[in-house]
Design a binder for this molecule. Structure first.
Ligand code: CDP
Length: 206
């Protein structure tokens, strides 16, 4: 299914997957795909009145390049469309082609190690306590001038965690062979270091 070197990074909302994925991709010169953006782009179109399956089937790369996808409203809409089997099926080929590209790829999301790239050479599950994740997301949103409260962000994180873990299609869970990195008490540098070490362990032994 995949010819390239693939790093699959999964985990719950606001666990720091994006930061770790970007740093791993930059360190090894791999391409990076934030698969959450696919679901956010579909969710954003649904908020504008489009049918979810049609939105997923007609998605184009330009749709991902939009700062407004990073709002809490779009995040909730994303986790609602992510339950729909037709939506997930429509996004499958794009993700698998990306993973197979020559030169290596990092994909982050919820089901990369379990469903999209079960053959990935490296699988990481990046997590942290709900409170810590909400704290980080609240700081990020405040920094971008998006008004919210810590309590609202925590409620959003918990609601998405529940929806993502309890759904029938590709539920959020660590792959059996994933390395779990709990970043609750780690600095960004320590979390990135742990991820790079996990990739090095596989590349070094290859
Ligand atoms: O950045 P954050 O962790 O808050 O969320 P995201 O990665 O952008 O994902 C937004 C939503 O898309 C998640 O809550 C999931 O419901 C969904 N998603 C998914 O189902 N499968 C993926 N591979 C990626 C995201």
């Amino acid at each position: 299914m995949s010819n390239g070197f693939t790093v699959a990074i999964d985990g719950p909302a606001a666990a720091g997957k994006g930061t770790v994925s970007k740093a791993v991709a930059a360190h090894f010169g791999f391409a990076h795909l934030d698969t959450g953006l696919l679901y956010r782009a579909v969710g954003a179109k649904v908020l504008l009145g489009m049918d979810a399956a049609v939105a997923a089937q007609t998605l184009v790369p330009d749709d991902l390049d939009d700062d407004s996808l990073r709002t809490p409203e779009v995040a909730q809409a994303a986790s609602k469309v992510a339950i729909i089997a037709q939506v997930r099926a429509a996004l499958l080929d794009f993700q698998r082609s990306f993973a197979a590209r020559a030169g290596g790829a990092v994909l982050d999301g919820r089901d990369i190690g379990t469903v999209i790239c079960p053959q990935a050479q490296v699988k990481l599950f990046v997590t942290a306590s709900a409170e810590e994740r909400a704290k980080r997301r609240f700081a990020e949103l405040s920094g971008r001038g998006i008004a919210s409260s810590f309590e609202a962000v925590l409620a959003d994180v918990r609601a998405r965690d529940a929806r993502d873990m309890e759904r029938v299609e590709a539920p959020l869970r660590p792959a059996a062979d994933a390395t779990v990195i709990d970043t609750s008490d780690l600095t960004v540098d320590q979390a990135v270091g742990a991820a790079i070490a996990a990739v090095d362990a596989v590349r070094g032994s290859g």
